[in-house]
Design a protein around this ligand. Sequence first.
Ligand code: ADP
Length: 197
Amino acid sequence: MTGQKNKVVIFLGPPGAGKGTQAERLAAEQNLLKISTGDILRDHVARDTELGRQVKPILDEGKLVPDAILIALIRDRLASMDAVRVIFDGFPRTLPQAEALDVLLEELGAPANAVPLLEVPDQVLVDRIVERGRQAAARGEAVRSDDTEETARKRQRVYHEQTQPLIDYYAARGHLYRVDGVGTPDEVYGRILAGMK
Ligand code: ADP
């Protein structure tokens, strides 16, 4: 046993809202494991695994990977943990994923503690995503193949249709709090901590 207390944070918010950046800092400062399903899937694509080959066309189109695949991935990650200290970034993204996560967390005796929702207006989001692609290219880094304006808009539509219902789901459980995602990363981080208590 590590003697550490369980802690589960779920970041909600549209693509480009800054979940990854904020989750990374919170993970480092509070000794939590950041689980980013987008990173995990892109890593499979980069390593050209069987799963990677299966999901690459889905990622490129900006659609969602089937729930069963994601739920199995998350179950594996959580199974090996001693104390459950995690931040979810990009998961859950659908109601079935949220329900499955609740069951998993209940089995582990580690219910969600906090669900910050990062709010950023749609047009700001698309600009950020396209800019992220541009800057990666300028640094000579690999550009995410889904960081184009067209796919960004598609991901945004998918978010509104499939992920936004999770806001009500978590609000009903009393863990959700809204965070203004417009501002410097430091400002946004301060708001996240303030809401966490
Ligand atoms: P962003 O939030 O910027 O869209 P992510 O890195 O979170 O980027 O996700 C990139 C892509 O990975 C998504 O568009 C989707 O195809 C896939 N993906 C990631 N997480 C999930 C999930 N929980 N369920 C289904 N698909 C997912």
